[in-house]
Design a protein around this ligand. Structure first.
Ligand SMILES: Nc1nc2c(c(=O)[nH]1)N[C@H]1C(S)=C(S)[C@@H](COP(=O)(O)O)O[C@H]1N2
Ligand SMILES: [Mo]
Length: 196
């Protein structure tokens, strides 16, 4: 089954995954959590775009917000089904900055130094990739990447960057933290693209 299948899946658990009763917090790549709050948080969106932006909390949260309920699959084999979030769809960021025709990849950057890479075309095709500002009706906790984190439900969890502080549009692919440490460059859980 391809990842682009739009019909509802009868089996929502990809091969090799177990259903978790609650969302698991994975430790960040540095032992200490980055000290970001809504007051000092900024999002830099830059690279191959016509209109680079550097948004503060107030500017960011003025973008249209939506509720999302998604399934999330971590490569360490837990899956959390039906997790609710509130956030800002990535399409609003894309419309705001206007990528140039050369932009083919987006690189997500976390305040802990984390990076991960996505194909711009695929993100647009997926539809429901978003920047989360609330989880189950509450502010995102630091352990889950607050104040804001990305959620890419269609790919393994490591593509969902926590502590988001930067989004770079690039002509060339830039494998990130885990992609350069043995994880698959793409990470589709329905094809078990775990390791490269
Ligand atoms: N900035 C940042 N984002 C990150 C990570 C990280 O270490 N740093 N870990 C990734 C991995 S491997 C997973 S499975 C998910 C875990 O999110 P959670 O801790 O909320 O479960 O975040 C991803 N995003
Ligand atoms: Mo992970």
């Amino acid at each position: 089954m391809s990842s682009s299948t739009k019909s509802p899946r009868l089996n929502r658990l990809p091969q090799g995954q177990r259903k978790a009763s609650s969302w698991v917090a994975m430790p960040p790549i540095r032992w200490d959590y980055p000290e970001v709050s809504k007051d000092n948080w900024r999002l830099k969106v830059y690279g191959l775009v016509k209109n680079p932006v550097y948004l503060n909390w107030q500017e960011f949260t003025q973008l249209p917000q939506e509720d999302f309920t998604i399934d999330f699959h971590c490569v360490t084999r837990w899956s959390k089904l039906d997790q609710s979030f509130r956030g800002i769809h990535l399409k609003h960021i894309i419309e705001l900055v206007k990528p140039t025709p050369q932009a083919k990849y987006i690189i997500l950057e976390g305040d802990d130094g984390y990076t991960t890479n996505l194909s711009l075309e695929e993100v647009e095709k997926f539809g429901d990739c978003f920047i989360a500002i609330q989880m189950e009706g509450r502010d995102i906790e630091i352990k889950h990447g607050g104040p804001v984190r990305v959620i890419v439900p269609q790919l393994y969890g490591w593509k969902s960057a926590k502590f988001l502080c930067g989004i770079k549009f690039s002509a060339t692919d830039e494998p990130g933290y885990w992609e350069t440490r043995g994880y698959h460059n793409h990470g589709d859980p329905w094809s078990e693209e775990r390791y490269s």
